[in-house]
Design a protein around this ligand. Structure first.
Ligand SMILES: Nc1ncnc2c1ncn2[C@@H]1O[C@H](COP(=O)(O)OP(=O)(O)OP(=O)(O)O)[C@@H](O)[C@H]1O
Ligand SMILES: [Mg+2]
Length: 250
């Protein structure tokens, strides 16, 4: 079976700091991985490297059997990405932005517009068509970033905190979309701080801590290790650092 993703001794050094530290991980196609970790653990840095947005300091990345370094365009054709900062072209309208993205993937405008209408309907995104992305609310920007990640029908989807700032109704819709994609064999990797999302969606979990893989396994394996405690308790125990005590002036 082709592996969707293989990370071998992946490291990203920012000066003295190893944001990602010797990370090795193999994911079979069709899996749905929830990548967890505290702020600064290295989740976004990992996603940026595996999607070609950031060059690793060392180590290698294979996506769907292709070496990312040697074949970046072939890899990018097959993946969809929603980066942490969304990386939108804000001085285009939503439809213009999706046309720009869709054409980069080789789609014609009729197909792009038809998919955009479906996506907008599903995500309840209904700006006046001429409204610039710059004028969208935060949640609307998240939604258009998700549309851009989905428009070409990727085989692997990388989503960095897709539920942040999204209303509860749309969150449910997005969860449905992601589960449907998984049933169709798409590989999904998402980061989130919402443990409830991981418990509901992700059969496989990886926990990063200071750039290193601190926990990895199926949800059931991780739950087994939790001895009946919640995923939150296990997470806090694994990565440590919970602060107690009062603030001096309050
Ligand atoms: N461009 C950069 N230059 C220098 N240091 C960076 C850069 N990007 C990230 N870092 C550092 O790398 C570490 C990992 O950051 P990263 O953004 O990957 O964390 P994260 O797990 O995504 O956190 P969060 O949950 O807050 O999004 C942090 O210590 C951060 O300060
Ligand atoms: Mg991040």
């Amino acid at each position: 079976m082709t592996l969707a993703l293989e990370l071998v001794h992946l490291t990203k050094q920012f000066g003295e700091k190893a944001a990602v530290d010797d990370l090795s991980l193999s994911l079979e196609a069709g899996t749905f991985l929830g990548l967890l970790g505290r702020n600064g653990a290295g989740k976004s840095t990992t996603l940026k490297m595996v999607t070609g947005l950031l060059k690793p300091t060392s180590g290698s990345i294979r996506v769907l059997g292709l070496e990312l370094d040697a074949d970046p365009i072939a890899v990018k054709r097959q993946i969809g990405v929603m980066p942490e900062d969304m990386a939108l072209l804000e001085y285009l309208s939503g439809p213009q932005y999706l046309r720009f993205v869709g054409r980069m993937y080789g789609l014609d405008e009729v197909t792009i517009d038809a998919r955009r209408e479906e996506l907008f309907g599903k995500l309840d995104l209904s700006p006046a068509l001429g409204t610039l992305v710059a004028e969208y609310s935060f949640g609307m920007k998240k939604k258009i970033a998700l549309c851009a990640a989905l428009i070409h029908g990727p085989r692997i989807l990388f989503l960095d905190e897709p539920f942040e700032g999204i209303d509860a109704v749309t969150s449910r819709t997005i969860k449905d979309i992601l589960l449907t994609l998984q049933q169709r064999g798409v590989t999904l990797i998402l980061t989130t701080h919402i443990l409830d999302v991981v418990e509901r969606l992700c059969p496989l979990i990886a926990i990063l801590d200071e750039g290193r893989l601190k926990g990895y396994g199926t949800l059931d394996e991780i739950r087994g290790r939790a001895n009946g405690e919640s995923l939150e308790s296990l997470f806090v125990e694994l990565v440590g650092g919970a602060q107690t005590g009062e603030l001096s002036w309050l």
